[in-house]
Design a protein around this ligand. Structure first.
Ligand SMILES: Nc1ncnc2c1ncn2[C@@H]1O[C@H](COP(=O)(O)OP(=O)(O)OP(=O)(O)O)[C@@H](O)[C@H]1O
Ligand SMILES: [Mg+2]
Length: 345
């Protein structure tokens, strides 16, 4: 459904305090999202997750690479034709408070795009009310109770459900969820995550799930791929469970070590690693981007830039051949696995 090849985005900034600066928000991101599949991206703040989400929905441009949607390379198209493809991809962003117009009821919020959609597809424009009810039911809301309400009369979780219903009005093939639950009360998060999972199973919608949280990536992105992104670059990728249960890149291990482990394993043991320093995005290095913070770094890490290579040889299991990492010195240290039982707790 979507193929991204070498997507690169650089920003030139000129801050009053920082002076002119080049920010590499994305450095050659590649991935394939099959129809009905899921790809998750995980990484800390500022690693480029939102930039990627915006590029995939046409809200942001990119300065290198190719984006193929439904078999068509988008940079070859005129802006108007491109917009048609981007309509198939809808973004659900982290703040349901700002995503909805506070002066419009849910009925108005869903009515306009539904009538437009009916016009486009030659459907019955009078049927929008039925379709609105159908969509609200699908996202777990009671239509009669919600339709006349304004956003401020709804809870955060309900608002995010309305945002999802609005995204569904254009019959999208892909949903991009960017930290979709980070601003919602903890008690309602699981419901929204379950809904995203459900939409994939019931409507066959493909999902790009962007998060900084390992547990949600595992829950929503089940069966799909997980890409670990560090300073705009994917440093490890593979099937979600493979990456979470046998993380091989030191950065992935640090990310997973930050997950609290219960059942008497709360003491930091030898398997738990942490970055040696705080993140400094300005450090330019010809070597591995993670080298300044890596607990395992040795000399060549500061001079040679590692690229993604398969963990296993081609003759190994297909999973090992598809589990890629960008670390020069895997062989020099023990590959640490998070205990399956502990990780699923
Ligand atoms: N319009 C812009 N102008 C300049 N720099 C930008 C712009 N948008 C993003 N950046 C920079 O690009 C980098 C990636 O930003 P992005 O918002 O994609 O990160 P993120 O992974 O979504 O972070 P978070 O988890 O905090 O949402 C950051 O260093 C950010 O400062
Ligand atoms: Mg973001």
């Amino acid at each position: 459904m979507i193929q991204a090849r070498g997507i690169t985005r650089t920003y030139q900034t000129n801050g009053a305090f920082t002076g002119p600066r080049t920010v590499h928000a994305l450095r050659g991101v590649d991935f394939t999202l099959p129809a009905g599949g899921a790809v998750s991206f995980i990484g800390e703040s500022g690693c480029g997750k939102t930039t990627l989400g915006k590029i995939l929905t046409g809200l942001e441009t990119f300065d290198g690479g190719e984006l193929v949607v439904g078999g068509v390379e988008l940079s070859r198209l005129k802006p108007r034709q491109r917009a048609k493809y981007f309509r198939r991809i809808q973004l659900i962003h982290q703040d349901p408070y700002s995503a909805l117009n506070p002066t419009r009821t849910v009925e108005a919020t869903l009515g306009d795009p539904l009538r437009m959609r009916a016009k486009e597809t030659g459907g019955d424009p009078g049927a929008w009310r039925e379709r609105a009810s159908e969509l609200l039911t699908l996202v777990g809301l009671e239509p009669a109770a919600v339709l006349p309400k304004y956003p401020h009369q709804l809870s955060g979780g309900q608002r995010q459900r309305v945002v999802i219903a609005r995204a569904l009005t254009v019959d999208p093939e892909v949903l991009i969820a960017d930290e979709a639950v980070s601003m919602i009360d903890v008690s309602m998060r699981l419901g929204i995550l379950g809904l995203l999972r459900d939409l994939r199973a019931r409507l066959g919608i493909s999902l790009v799930f962007i998060t900084h949280d390992v547990a949600t990536a595992r829950y929503v992105g089940e069966g799909g791929e997980l890409h670990v992104i560090y300073r705009g670059e994917v440093v490890e990728r593979g099937l979600t469970d493979d990456v979470i249960l046998t993380p091989v890149h030191p950065y992935t291990q640090c990310l997973l070590s930050a997950v609290p482990i219960m059942r008497g394993l709360e003491e930091p043991g030898p398997d738990r690693t942490a970055p040696t320093r705080a993140l400094d995005e300005r450090t330019a290095t010809p070597g591995c981007l993670f080298e300044p913070r890596c607990p395992f770094a040795n000399e060549d890490c500061s001079t040679t830039h590692p690229t993604l290579v398969p963990l296993g040889a081609a003759s190994d299991t297909p999973a090992a051949a598809e589990h890629l990492h960008a670390c020069l010195h895997l062989e020099a240290r023990r590959v640490v696995g998070v205990e399956a039982e502990a990780a699923s707790a």
